[in-house]
Design a binder for this molecule. Sequence first.
Ligand code: IPE
Ligand code: IPE
Ligand code: MG
Length: 259
Amino acid sequence: MDNCSVDNGEDLAVHAGNKKIPQHVAIIMDGNGRWAQLQGKGRVSGHKAGVESVRAVVASARKSNVKALTLFAFSSENWQRPVKEVGVLMDLFMYVLTKEVKRLHKHNIRFQVIGDLSRFSEKLQKNITKSEQLTAENTGLVLSIAANYGGRWDIAQAAKKLAFKVQQGSMKLDDIDELTLNEQTCLADLPTLDLLIRTGGDFRISNFLMWQAAYAELYFTDILWPDFKEAQFEQALNCFDQRERRFGKTGEQARNEEV
Ligand code: IPE
Ligand code: IPE
Ligand code: MG
């Protein structure tokens, strides 16, 4: 089940010609642990299986011409998990960085990590910087991985940067507004977030992109992350295509602007 007004892809085929494609999609990749438990395995195997879904969704996003894909891999709250699970997630992160980034580079993907990286090991931080540098000039899909990321942290660090500018005298207090604060948040250089997907059946943001999701379309599905592949991503895009985005205007105004 998902919260789409249409429940299957078939009757959407007519829209295929001029489908509305979100420029920026973000995903809360949830449900790895439950997926593993359903298979009678430990939670770790769910995280490992989840990497395959990341590959599938990246491929699908490229194919659909999505410009930016942002994936929630580890929240600032996830440190509270058992030490062993955190360790496995860090190892997996390291593995993906070493093994997958070359492939991303080959596909012209710009890779970056957002979040408070200072809490990661020095080795992991170096690996992140190396991966970001390798792909920095790429012009295709921008893939952002949110790690030790929190939406509240993002807003607080942006506020701190502005406060510093005012303190230094390079900015006036009156120049602080939504635009200047936005410039200091993560992902400010990317298209506005259009679609936020959460897998795993829960209906919450879990401190993800709170600022950026202000006018994003929200898509919740029961599908557990390791089962979310190209077809499921396309279903979410089809659902987005059906949404009427009004941005405060009337439906009539919005529809007139669309044509
Ligand atoms: C999401 O899956 C991955 C991370 C949060 C790192 P979970 O590990 O939260 O899976 P569930 O929600 O327990 O099934
Ligand atoms: C959100 O999932 C974080 C990631 C997917 C990385 P959680 O499983 O940590 O979310 P809660 O704790 O159920 O809200
Ligand atoms: Mg979870």
